[in-house]
Design a protein around this ligand. Structure first.
Ligand code: 5AD
Ligand code: SF4
Length: 481
């Protein structure tokens, strides 16, 4: 641990002094790497891998920004790397197992390259039993930090480089989101912008409030400055990121609500599209519905997780709304914006969920007609209230329900997409389609994936495409000149 660190009761105090230290560490590492480059004629390379949600992706952009500032180049191949950084996810068991598997495989690179540094961070590190396991089972990991001290990474890495000793620093929370650090984004046209982090909701199945701490909003002027800079550099789309964006600003004294923030961003010259995730239904205000409807650059798509359709299950989940309340909210949204695309998250197999209770989930799906559903089998997370709830429902039954849900959504998704056939959509072009390089792919203003014949030169442009065919998960059309 560096002298003069700003730690208060196992909590980070993001002070100016602390930020200064991180910048100084970046400079010092830059000097070390330059010297190595001069001596060996080779730039040290970093390989980064991110698991999990958009928040983790945005965090990784910050970490990659810091790596670039320290003088690292980047490689797509693990075997060429001098530093491997993995940002981990704890939301479901499957992600955790994948990370353990990868860590085991990385050992051979360490054996081949003694200078290789292995760095682990993210949500998994915030789980005490996982941290203990990593400490004991993977002694070759060099640097470990958590979600709250992300910007302390340069100081921790410097300590490891200097002393060649393993450095582990995980803290319970931080008092703010640090500002003034470089962010490395690969897509110049579309950018994720963190507006808040953490969550106060404590849904009973969810690990996030334990791994990301309490809600912390960034000051509106910092967010706006970042968006203005992005726009000045040609960025057309911003995705505002937070675990629960609808409660943006409640922890600040600035009096700016999420709806007001949207209006401010909508007025930034050059920004053509604004998206945001994730919204909790209990916090989605009428003010926000109005702002969405009135702001011409706010995409006509909304991700509104409902998780389960049955009121008993919703109560057990601590979601703080009912099936009826959710449907009423959707009704209000559709009344203001009849063409809106709605997507959602659903958990199948919450402890004790019976067949009849699951039927309510299918009913909500039929009534709302979501454009897309992200469905997950319930995964027990140690330390959450749901982990101690009795569960007699068999794995087979849960799997059957899961498949029934997928089947229903395929029918609904297919039907919803037919609406666009014959219509023209403005598509923000992302690049060549993965399966066919003669086709370009992008997203419509309603968040639909659109493929059309075109050239790579269109990447980053917004072009009108007339839709000819609609499949379950995408639309196909032709560009109108
Ligand atoms: N098991 C399964 N799915 C979960 N999610 C969160 N926690 C769990 C869990 N323990 C899902 C929720 C959330 C999404 C990001 O992940 O649906 O909205
Ligand atoms: Fe998890 Fe619920 Fe917070 Fe979403 S709102 S991050 S599901 S606790």
């Amino acid at each position: 641990m560096q002298k003069g660190m700003h730690k208060v009761n196992n909590r980070f105090n993001i002070s100016e002094e602390y930020i200064r230290q991180s910048h100084a560490a970046m400079q010092e590492i830059y000097g070390m790497l330059q010297q190595y480059r001069e001596e060996s004629g080779r730039q040290l390379l970093a390989y980064t891998h991110v698991y999990g949600c958009q928040q983790n992706v945005a965090d990784m952009e910050l970490l990659r920004g810091m790596l670039a500032e320290m003088g690292y180049g980047f490689t797509e191949k693990e075997e060429d790397a001098d530093l491997i950084l993995m940002n981990t996810c704890a939301v479901r068991e499957g992600a955790e197992y994948r990370i353990y598997g990868n860590l085991g495989a990385l050992k051979r690179y360490k054996e081949k390259n003694k200078e290789l540094r292995l760095v682990l961070c993210g949500c998994m590190m915030q789980e005490p039993h996982v941290l203990e396991y990593i400490r004991n089972s993977f002694p070759y990991v060099d640097v470990v930090f958590g979600t709250h001290n992300l910007v302390h990474f340069p100081c921790l890495l410097l300590e490891n480089l200097r002393r060649r000793k393993r450095v582990i620093e995980v803290l319970e929370d931080a008092d703010a989101i640090a500002e003034g650090f470089p962010v490395k984004r690969d897509n110049p046209y579309s950018a994720s912008v963190t507006i808040m982090s953490g969550c106060n909701n404590f849904c009973s199945y969810c690990i996030v409030p334990y791994t990301r701490g309490r809600e912390k909003s960034r000051a509106p002027e910092h967010i706006l400055q970042e968006v203005q800079e992005l726009a000045a550099n040609g960025c057309k789309e911003v995705k505002l990121i937070g675990q629960n964006v609808n409660s943006y600003g409640k922890d600040l004294d600035c009096g700016v609500t999420f709806a007001q923030l949207l209006r401010k961003i909508n007025a930034v010259d050059g920004i053509r599209r604004i998206q945001f995730i994730t919204s909790h239904p209990k916090d989605l205000s009428d003010e926000l519905i109005c702002a969405m409807a009135e702001c011409e650059h706010v995409c006509r798509s909304l991700h509104l997780p409902f998780q389960a359709g049955n009121n008993r299950i919703l109560k057990e989940m601590n979601r703080k709304y009912t099936k009826e309340g959710y449907l009423e909210l959707v009704g209000k949204i559709k009344e203001k914006m009849p063409d809106i695309t709605l997507t959602t998250d659903i958990i199948v197999g919450f402890p004790g969920e019976t067949e009849e209770e699951f039927a309510d989930t299918l009913e909500v799906m039929r009534q709302v007609e979501f454009d897309g559903v992200f469905s997950f089998l319930y995964s027990k997370r140690k330390g959450t209230p749901a982990a101690d709830m009795p569960d007699l429902v068999s794995k087979e039954e849960k799997q059957e329900n899961f498949e029934a849900l997928l089947k229903l959504q395929e029918e609904i998704g297919y039907r919803r997409n037919q609406i666009y056939v014959g219509k023209t959509c403005d598509v923000l072009v992302e690049g060549p389609s993965k399966n066919d390089s003669a086709m370009m792919s992008g997203r419509s203003f309603h968040g639909k994936i659109v493929h059309f014949p075109g050239t790579e030169a269109l990447t980053g442009e917004i072009v009108p495409v007339k839709i000819q065919r609609a499949k379950t998960f995408y639309l196909v059309g032709e560009r109108i000149e």
